[in-house]
Design a protein around this ligand. Sequence first.
Ligand code: GAR
Length: 200
Amino acid sequence: MHGVSGRKLPGIVVLASGNGSNFQRIVEASRQGILRAYVKMLIVDKDCYAVERAKRLGIPFKKLEKPWRENLKKLLGEIKPDFVVLAGFMRILPPDIVKEWANKIVNIHPSLLPSFPGKDAIKQTYEYGVKVTGITIHIVDEGVDTGPIVFQRAIEIDQSWDLETLESKIHEIEHENYPKVIDRLLHEKWRIEGRKFEWI
Ligand code: GAR
């Protein structure tokens, strides 16, 4: 696939487990030229709405069968994406995949890490009663939501918001920022020193 400039665009693979709204936004941004890459495939670990979106958008998709880790490793080896994008993929990648794809896997998490890692982060933040929350985009390492932080965006929680309002605000800033940050990761220079990510 080539961009308007005629240059070959990087190919990415998106991994999801659920609704797939970030996946859809990534595909749309790639078609609008906001994200200078093309989505080679959606990979899911279970039947989920993300697959319906892939069908509608005309993006190839694959559901991982057991043993999922081995199959994922094989699939990535065949597709050879330039970058792997986790968008609501609710499984922990095994160390061998993280090692093989070191600094080529990015994740988005709906809290200001290191606060509220793991599952149901939006609900966790809401129930804890924090006044400020946000999103984190990070390079994936072997831990759970522990990798070097590329980008964070904070929002103040208004006391009139219910959980659903907070969820939609978080998704809004995810959709706005994830494609742009992926674009920068693919097209700009950066390095990781210790656990610190920096643009060069
Ligand atoms: C997003 O809010 C993403 O940050 C979160 O799952 C949601 C997926 O939504 N990811 C995690 O919690 C990872 N620990 P989507 O399927 O509509 O893109």
